[in-house]
Ligand binder design. Structure first.
Ligand code: C2E
Ligand code: MG
Ligand code: MG
Ligand code: MG
Length: 278
């Protein structure tokens, strides 16, 4: 990664560029292999309601395993976006998430899954078809498949994006605004967005309780969203203290390592079974 590249002796821009290009090719190749040979997986991270500790949803987070090396999204999503592979990855995660929902329902568990949707997917005219295909292939109800869309993508004024967002809503998929607070849109934009849920970005939570500015921003966003009738998920809660602060602020639900890490499907099953038995 970049850390390794910058840690060594001085790299002049030409050499750095070549290294980055090689790394990109390596990741691209790994993604192709993973798509062909079952190397992709979704890890599921629980999101818990503050009010009663119940499972609000799980966020599905993609992992790419290529010949024993696991690539994290921060490495492969940017490459996938650049090469257009993200469309196939996105279709795969929608379908896999939908199948997860129906497998859970078959076990009498109503679990909502939240799937991240990329810009490339939302700018593709066939996005709606992909949504219907995921429903048809899985028999999952759309209300259990939440689409996470970043704030700046919601604000994209292109016709096709706005049409895709409306079509997803009309098909019954709940929408949430991911990474809220880090885009460049203004708070006033919240009044017009068709999402019922906002996910407060980890950036404002990481340095709590020590940073009073983060505290002020987090509090303002939570209160505004609640006043607008939205629910609020706090992302990236890592400590008991952060949990207490965010629940005190009124956050509806919490996601973060403090409660649970993203887990492969079998481990999530165990996690769920353990909760039910206690
Ligand atoms: P995101 O949608 O904001 O997902 C939350 C990220 O925060 C995940 O990183 C999760 O592992 C991490 N996280 C959760 N709780 C904590 C915590 O307490 N502390 C810390 N430090 N991190 C926490 P991950 O899995 O590495 O994913 C990174 C990003 O990659 C996601 O951010 C999302 O934007 C993107 N991504 C992941 N899966 C997909 C996918 O299937 N499709 C698309 N388009 N993007 C994806
Ligand atoms: Mg997300
Ligand atoms: Mg997020
Ligand atoms: Mg994030």
């Amino acid at each position: 990664g970049a850390q390794y590249l910058f840690a060594g002796e001085d790299l002049h821009p030409g050499r750095l560029g070549k290294l980055l290009a090689r790394e990109e090719l390596e990741v691209e190749e790994a993604l192709h292999k993973a798509l062909e040979s079952g190397g992709l997986s979704l890890h599921y991270q629980p999101i818990l309601q503050v009010a009663d500790g119940s499972l609000e949803a799980v966020e599905a987070l993609m992992r790419c395993n290529c010949e024993g090396t696991i690539f994290a999204p921060s490495r492969f999503i940017p490459v996938a976006e650049k090469t257009g592979l993200i469309i196939r990855l996105g279709e795969w995660s929608l379908l896999t998430g939908a199948r997860f929902v129906s497998r859970m329902l078959a076990d009498k568990q109503r679990v909502k899954v939240a799937i991240n949707v990329s810009r490339a997917q939302l700018t593709a005219p066939k996005f709606t078809q992909t949504l219907y295909a995921a429903l048809a292939c899985s028999n999952a109800p759309p209300e259990l498949i939440e689409l996470e869309i970043t704030e700046s993508l919601f604000m994209d004024s292109s016709d096709v994006v706005q049409r895709n967002i409306r079509a997803a809503l009309e098909a019954g998929f709940p929408l949430s605004i991911d990474d809220f607070g880090t885009g460049y849109s203004c708070l006033a934009s919240l009044k017009d967005l068709p999402a019922r849920k906002l996910k407060l970005d980890r950036a404002f939570i990481t340095d709590l309780p020590h940073n009073p500015r983060s505290f002020a921003i987090a509090k303002a966003i939570v209160h505004l969203a609640l006043d607008l009738g939205m629910s609020v998920v706090a992302e990236g809660v890592e400590t008991a203290e952060q949990y207490a602060i965010l629940s005190e602020m009124g956050a509806t639900a919490i996601q973060g390592f403090y409660l649970a890490r993203p887990m492969p499907e079998p481990q999530f099953d165990e996690w769920l079974a353990m909760r039910r038995s206690t």
